[in-house]
Design a protein around this ligand. Structure first.
Ligand SMILES: Nc1nc2c(c(=O)[nH]1)N[C@H]1C(S)=C(S)[C@@H](COP(=O)(O)OP(=O)(O)OC[C@H]3O[C@@H](n4cnc5c(=O)[nH]c(N)nc54)[C@H](O)[C@@H]3O)O[C@H]1N2
Ligand SMILES: Nc1nc2c(c(=O)[nH]1)N[C@H]1C(S)=C(S)[C@@H](COP(=O)(O)OP(=O)(O)OC[C@H]3O[C@@H](n4cnc5c(=O)[nH]c(N)nc54)[C@H](O)[C@@H]3O)O[C@H]1N2
Ligand code: SF4
Ligand SMILES: [Mo]
Length: 737
C-alpha cells in the first residue's frame, strides 16, 4: 500500500519540501509538497531523482577494507572496520603526532544533521591542525568578509527577495544552482514575482545564464573583476551624493569615510576596460541601486572563487550599507534561526569578533581561517617530508580529488598516504584511495533538519523530517559512525559502546552550557530532551530548538510535517553583531589593506587578450557526486567547452569537435559547444566531471565520464585573505585538439 512521507530535500541549499510516495521499502514517486510552508510544491530534477539515488546499486551498503597488496576490497563488519582503523591509524599518530592526520569535510556535510553536530566532535578528537573542508573552494571569502564586518562566520545578510524592488546579482546562477548562501526554494518563481510586482533584476556574469535570460538585464563582466565594478559603484554613490545610510544604520556603522577614501581611485573610467563594462552602465547601475525604494546586492560563488574574492564579497555588503538597504525589509537582513546559534541573543552587538591566521600551514605558511587550513595547501602538506607531514587522511562526505584544484597532483598525493578512512556513500575518485570506507545510510533512512541552511534562508522557517525507512540490515547510521570515529581518535577504543559514550559526552556539555538560558538546571534539561529514549542528533536538535529564540521543540516540528513558518526576516541590528566595537565595521583594516595593496595596483593592468576559464553548474548535477543517477545524466553530454562563436572562428574550433585547453597547471581535451551565451575571451567548463579513474565503482558516472576542470586550476593561486582557491578566471590557451 502506498504511504506518503513529507521530507525536506537535502540535495541543495533550497530545502524544498518533498512528498515521498513509498510502499514501506521502495520509493515509488517523489514530488513537490504543495503544503510545504516554504517551497509550496517546487521541486527540481534532482529532488525527483532521490528515488534513484536511494536505490542505486553502486551505493555502498557495508563497510569495506582495502587490501593494499592486491588493491581489492572486502566487505567487513563494523567491528572489524573500526578495529582496523584503531590498529593502523592510532600507532601512526602515536609515532608521528596528531598533525599526521588530515581531516577533510565535504559539501554534503552541510546538508546533514549528523555531520553538522558530530563532525566538530570528530575534529576535536582528531586533535590535528590539519583541518580542511570544501569551504575554501567555495564561500570562505564571504565568511571572512562577513566575520570582519559583522562578527561571526555566519553573520551573512540575506537578500530579501520576496520584498525587494531591485536585485543586483553577481556570480550566481540560481536557475541552475537553486541558490546558495541564500536558502530560497523556488528561486525562479520568486525572481519572476519580483519582476511581476514591478521590480528589476540585474545579473552580472561572464555568461548569459538562464538566470540572466530571465532577468531584466545581463551585464557581461570580465571574470575576476567584480570588486572593481562594485567599488566603482560605491565611488559613484559618494561622488554623486547618493550615500544614504538612513536613521537605522547611521548610529551603528563605522568606517564610511574610510570607504570613501578607499574607493577614490575606482572611478567608472578607471575600471571600465578592466571589467569590460561601459562607464555609463556602471553609473546607471549605481544610480538605480540608490534610487530603488528597496534594493539588495547578492554575490555568490563567481564572486568568491576568484582573485579578489574577499574584497568582492565585502563590496557587496558595502553597497547594501551605503544605500541604506542593510537590515531593512526589502534589503539584506539577518536571519533568526530556530536552532539558535552564535548570532542569537541580546548582546547589544558587542562580541569577540573574528581573528585569522592564529596558526599557519606548515609548508607555505598560509594562515588558518575559522580553524581551517585552505585546501590549496593540502597536496604540499602530504608531499613535503618533515615534522607534521600528513600521512593519513579522513574524508567525510568529500571528493577532493575532483573538487579541489590541481586534481591530478592531489590524486597522486593521496596515493602516497600511509592510511586513509572515508565516510562516504560511493567508491569514487577520492575514496578509492582509502583503506577503510564507512558507508553512510541513505538519506531517507535518517532524520533531517537544516541546521546550517535555516540560518541563511530568506524566511525564518523550521522543518524536521523523520526517517522514512529503517536503516538497511547491517548498516550503521552516520551519526553513530562519527561518534565511533571520535571514540577511536580520542583513544577510548573502537567498540560499539563508543556511540553512547561520545553522544552522552556531547549532550552533557551542551546541556551544561544552555540550560541556564531557559531557566532550567542541566539535569532538568537533560531529562526533558532524553524523554522517550531520544538520543543522537535528534536529542541535540531538540535541545537547540528548546533553547533557541522561538522556544520550539522537536515534537512541535514533528506535529508540523510541512514546516513551521516563523515569518519574514526582521531587522536585527545591533543585537546580531559580534564585533568588538559592537558596530558594523564597514572598512576592516585587513580588507582595506588588500584594496590598497592588490586591487588598486591591478587598475593599471593591461588586458592581454588571452582566454580565461570559468565554470558553470547544471540543474541536473550536484558537484561531483550525482552523475551515477541515469535520469540525471541521460541526454546530450553536458561536460563541454562553451566558446563564443567569434572566438571559435578565430581559434578554428568546430562544434562537437575536441579542443585542447591548457593552463599553467595542466591540460584537458574536451568537446566544443559553440554558444553566444558567453562573453568573448571567456570559455567555460563545468566542474565535477572526470569520472574515469581506475577502481571507481560508479558504473553510470563512468559511462558519462567527462573531464575534470580542476586539472586546470592551480594550488598556487588563492585569495590571500581567505585562502580560497581561484577556480574562476584561470588563464588558458585553447586550440583544436
Ligand atoms: N572548478 C570548480 N571546482 C569546484 C567548484 C566550482 O564551482 N568550480 N565548486 C566548489 C564547491 S562550491 C564545492 S561545495 C565543492 C564540493 O566539494 P566536495 O565536498 O569535496 O565534493 P562533492 O562533489 O560535493 O562530493 C561529495 C562527496 O560526499 C559523498 N556523499 C554524498 N552524500 C553523502 C552522505 O550522506 N554522507 C556521506 N558521508 N557522504 C556523502 C559523495 O559520494 C561524494 O564523495 O566543490 C568545489 N569545486
Ligand atoms: N544543480 C546544482 N545545484 C547546485 C550545485 C551543483 O553542483 N549543481 N552546487 C551547490 C553548491 S555546493 C553551491 S556552492 C552553489 C553555488 O551556487 P551559484 O553561486 O549560483 O553557482 P553557479 O550556478 O555555479 O553560478 C555561478 C556563476 O558565476 C559565474 N561567474 C564565474 N566567474 C565569475 C566572475 O568572476 N564574476 C561573476 N560576476 N560571475 C562569475 C558563472 O558563469 C556562473 O554562472 O550551488 C549549489 N547548487
Ligand atoms: S532545488 Fe534543491 S532542494 Fe529543491 S528539489 Fe532540487 S535539489 Fe532538492
Ligand atoms: Mo559549494
Amino acid at each position: 500500500m502506498t504511504q506518503i512521507a513529507f521530507r525536506t530535500c537535502p540535495l541543495c541549499e533550497a530545502t524544498c519540501g518533498l512528498e515521498i510516495h513509498h510502499d514501506g521499502e521502495r520509493v515509488t514517486l517523489v514530488r513537490g509538497d504543495r503544503d510545504d510552508v516554504f517551497s509550496h510544491g517546487f521541486i527540481c530534477p534532482k529532488g525527483s531523482a532521490l528515488k534513484d539515488l536511494e536505490h542505486d546499486p553502486d551505493r555502498l551498503r557495508s563497510p569495506r577494507i582495502r587490501d593494499r597488496a592486491t588493491d581489492t576490497w572486502r566487505d567487513v563488519t563494523w567491528d572489524e572496520a573500526f578495529a582496523h582503523i584503531d590498529a593502523h591509524l592510532m600507532p601512526l599518530l602515536a609515532t608521528h603526532g596528531r598533525d599526521a592526520l588530515a581531516v577533510y569535510m565535504g559539501n554534503p556535510s552541510a546538508h546533514n544533521l549528523a555531520a553538522l553536530i558530530y563532525n566538530r566532535v570528530v575534529n576535536q578528537a582528531a586533535g590535528t591542525h590539519n583541518v580542511y573542508s570544501a569551504s575554501t573552494v567555495d564561500q570562505m571569502p564571504k565568511q571572512v568578509s562577513a566575520g570582519l564586518m559583522f562578527g561571526t562566520a555566519l553573520s551573512i545578510p540575506i537578500a530579501d527577495i520576496d520584498r525587494t524592488d531591485y536585485l543586483l546579482m553577481l556570480g550566481a546562477n540560481p536557475y541552475a544552482s537553486n541558490g546558495s548562501l541564500m536558502t530560497c526554494p523556488d528561486f525562479p518563481g520568486r525572481l519572476q514575482a519580483l519582476r511581476a510586482r514591478g521590480g528589476k533584476v540585474v545579473v552580472v556574469d561572464p555568461r548569459r545564464t538562464k538566470t540572466a535570460d530571465e532577468s531584466d538585464e545581463w551585464v557581461a563582466i570580465v571574470p575576476g573583476t567584480d570588486a572593481h565594478l562594485l567599488l566603482a559603484m560605491a565611488n559613484v554613490l559618494f561622488a554623486d551624493g547618493l550615500v544614504a545610510l538612513g536613521d537605522h544604520l547611521e548610529p551603528v556603522v563605522d568606517g564610511v569615510d574610510d570607504v570613501r577614501a578607499l574607493v577614490a581611485a575606482f572611478t567608472p573610467e578607471a575600471v571600465a576596460s578592466i571589467t569590460g563594462i561601459e562607464v555609463a552602465t556602471i553609473r546607471r547601475l549605481a544610480h538605480e541601486l540608490a534610487a530603488a525604494p528597496t534594493a539588495a546586492v547578492y554575490g555568490r560563488i563567481g564572486t568568491c572563487t576568484q582573485e579578489f574574492g574577499t574584497v568582492a564579497s565585502w563590496a557587496v555588503d558595502v553597497l547594501n550599507v551605503l544605500t541604506g538597504n542593510l537590515d531593512r525589509p526589502g534589503g539584506a537582513l539577518f536571519n533568526l534561526p530556530a536552532s539558535g546559534g552564535a548570532n542569537v541573543g541580546q548582546t547589544g552587538g558587542v562580541g569577540r569578533g573574528v581573528r585569522f591566521g592564529r596558526r599557519e600551514s606548515r609548508v607555505r605558511g598560509l594562515g588558518e581561517v575559522f580553524g581551517e587550513i585552505p585546501v590549496v595547501c593540502l597536496a604540499e602538506e602530504i608531499e613535503t617530508p618533515g615534522d607534521g607531514q600528513i600521512r593519513a587522511m579522513l574524508t567525510v562526505a568529500g571528493n577532493p580529488v575532483v573538487s579541489n584544484p590541481d586534481s591530478l597532483r592531489l590524486d597522486a598525493a593521496f596515493d602516497t598516504l600511509d592510511f586513509m578512512v572515508s565516510v562516504d556513500i560511493y567508491l569514487n575518485e577520492t575514496t578509492r584511495h582509502a583503506d577503510v570506507i564507512l558507508p553512510a545510510e541513505p538519506v531517507l533512512a535518517r532524520g533531517h533538519y537544516d541546521l546550517a541552511l535555516r540560518s541563511l534562508a530568506v524566511r525564518n522557517v523550521a522543518t524536521y523530517s523523520p526517517p522514512v525507512f529503517d536503516v538497511e540490515p547491517g548498516m550503521q547510521r552516520e551519526w553513530e559512525t562519527l561518534c565511533r570515529l571520535a571514540g577511536v581518535l580520542q583513544g577510548l577504543g573502537s567498540g560499539v559502546d563508543m556511540i553512547e559514550t561520545v553522544d552522552e559526552f556531547v549532550v552533557r556539555g551542551l546541556v551544561e552550557k544552555s540550560a541556564p538560558r531557559i531557566g532550567m538546571t542541566a539535569d532538568e534539561l537533560y531529562a526533558t530532551i532524553s524523554a522517550g529514549g531520544r538520543r543522537g542528533p535528534e536529542r541535540i536538535l531538540d535541545l537547540m530548538l528548546r533553547t533557541g529564540p522561538y522556544g520550539l521543540s522537536l515534537d512541535d516540528l514533528l506535529a508540523n510535517p510541512h514546516g513551521i513558518d516563523l515569518g519574514p526576516l526582521e531587522p536585527r541590528l545591533p543585537d546580531v553583531l559580534r564585533t568588538p566595537s559592537g558596530r558594523v565595521e564597514l572598512a576592516p583594516e585587513i580588507i582595506a589593506a588588500d584594496v590598497r595593496d592588490r586591487l588598486v595596483p591591478s587598475l593599471s593592468r593591461e588586458r592581454n587578450g588571452g582566454f580565461v576559464l570559468v565554470g558553470r553548474r547544471d540543474l541536473r548535477s550536484n558537484n561531483s557526486w550525482m552523475h551515477n543517477v541515469r535520469v540525471l545524466v541521460k541526454g546530450k553530454p553536458r561536460c563541454t567547452l562553451h566558446v563564443h562563436p567569434s572566438d571559435a572562428e578565430r581559434l578554428g574550433l568546430e562544434n562537437g569537435k575536441l579542443a585542447r585547453v591548457a593552463s599553467k597547471t595542466g591540460e584537458v581535451e574536451i568537446a566544443v559547444e559553440i554558444t553566444d551565451a558567453i562573453r568573448t575571451g571567456v570559455v567555460s567548463i563545468p566542474h565535477g566531471w572526470g569520472h574515469g579513474a581506475d577502481g571507481m565503482q560508479m558504473a553510470i558516472a563512468r559511462e558519462n565520464a567527462g573531464v575534470n576542470s580542476n586539472i586546470l586550476a592551480s594550488t598556487d593561486d588563492y585569495d590571500p585573505l581567505s585562502g580560497n582557491a581561484i577556480l574562476s578566471g584561470i588563464p588558458v590557451e585553447v586550440a583544436p585538439a
